[in-house]
Design a protein around this ligand. Structure first.
Ligand code: PEP
Length: 232
């Protein structure tokens, strides 16, 4: 099965959520569509499309002002959570160890973590992508339990620039082989970074690409629905 994860980041409101979910209702996607919304829009998770969160606290319930714990997400019925998105790594200084810890906390609460990895533009230009990706992967994924990997080169997020299909193929092969060394090669691996309806058709059949993670294009039905249709 292919996966399509929409990441709304810090965008959207109740009206926009209703509008997008309404436009997805009549679709019968073969793809597993997961919409990762801000916490403020996760009040009603009994939707046809699976809803996910974009972060999870390192801490249990208690004196941790502003944090949303795994127990709280579980209570809401959230089934997926993004951990280690490049924006969390960059603006909140989240390390691989923190990401792994969050992934484990998600699993303890019955929530599947979507673990993001991806090299920076400098690392890409210096030819360090392979070593960076292997290390991020091995240090960020949980030891036991199900997870999803999202390979998102930082320089491709929100820029309109993507790697070539050949480059995506070669990195996804490395990810697959690295996952094999820890007996996790069955875990789905998504590509993310400036995905749109146009390039999904080029990328969907690449070996070891099990779907996509989409930011900007997931915000509106006009841009999200064509991606779902292309994946069917
Ligand atoms: C993302 O931030 O996860 C992402 C893929 O963003 P965009 O599709 O806007 O590049």
């Amino acid at each position: 099965m292919k996966f399509l994860v929409g990441n709304w980041k810090s965008n959207g409101n109740i009206k926009e959520k209703k509008r997008l979910l309404g436009s997805l209702n009549h679709l019968k996607p073969k793809t597993k569509v997961i919409l990762c919304l801000p916490f403020t829009l996760l009040n009603d998770t009994k939707t046809k499309i699976a809803l996910g969160a974009q972060d999870i606290s390192l801490y249990p319930n208690g004196a941790f002002t502003g944090d949303i714990s795994g127990t709280m997400l579980k209570d809401l019925g959230v089934k997926y959570v993004i951990v280690g998105h490049s924006e969390r790594r960059r603006y909140h200084h989240e390390t691989n160890a923190i990401v792994k810890n969050k992934a484990n906390i998600a699993l303890q609460n019955g929530i599947i973590p979507i673990v993001c990895i991806g090299e920076s533009e400098i690392e890409h230009k210096q030819g360090k992508t392979r070593s960076v990706i292997k290390r991020m992967l091995l240090e960020s994924v949980p030891e036991v339990g199900k997870f999803i990997v999202a390979y998102e080169p930082r320089w491709a997020i929100g820029t309109g620039v993507t790697p070539t299909a050949k480059e995506i193929e070669s990195i996804h092969k490395i990810i697959f082989e690295t996952l094999k060394t820890i007996h996790c090669e069955k875990m789905p691996v998504l590509y993310g970074g400036s995905v749109n309806a146009g390039n999904t058709t080029d990328f969907i059949d690449i070996p070891h690409v099990d779907g996509f993670m989409v930011g900007r294009a997931s915000l509106k039905s006009e841009t999200f629905v064509p991606i779902i249709k292309n994946m069917n």
